[in-house]
Ligand binder design. Sequence first.
Ligand code: IMP
Ligand code: MG
Length: 181
Amino acid sequence: MSVTVNGKQVEILISEAEITARVNKLAELISIEYKNTKQLVVIGLLRGSFIFISDLVRRLNLPVEVDFITVSSYGNNTESTRQVRIIKDLQTPINSRDVLVVEDIIDTGHTLSQVLKILNTRQPQSLSVCALLNKPSRREIDVNVKWTGFDIPDEFVIGYGIDFAQHGRNLPHIGFIKNSK
Ligand code: IMP
Ligand code: MG
């Protein structure tokens, strides 16, 4: 099935029901992992993770604190100049806390790798990642992602918080843009 978003044809890749089932499972695994944590700090990378994090934290059977960080994307820069900058920092000090970073998609891995480097300098007790989507074939730098929702092919996806030029974030499912390559 397909829908049209901003004039582009979008094929459904992962349905709303499949997302719900997987988010429930991830929340169950994460709740077990942090069962002895006093209060888990869950950090969403804005903007793409906003729907995923809101569904995920509601299913965690844990005391949580929620915060957000916004980093610049590196646009079309070549690999050597790919630097992310913090646009909006956390409000929460994370030293000695258990921290879970929630991301929408791991593509080349550069964004997350740099975010983790920055957060690690603040000396959290632990730092792990939960990503909804993963494109393994696109990876350029190794990042340790403890929980992944779905491995997907090398397609440009939108929906469930994820955009194409600020369109499509409000789709309830995840779809890929046809003929984007
Ligand atoms: P990375 O640094 O290459 O891993 O890029 C990660 C970021 O690129 C993600 O957080 C997304 O914001 C964006 N991105 C990568 N692939 C897609 C896609 O298929 N649709 C929308 N955004 C994407
Ligand atoms: Mg992102």
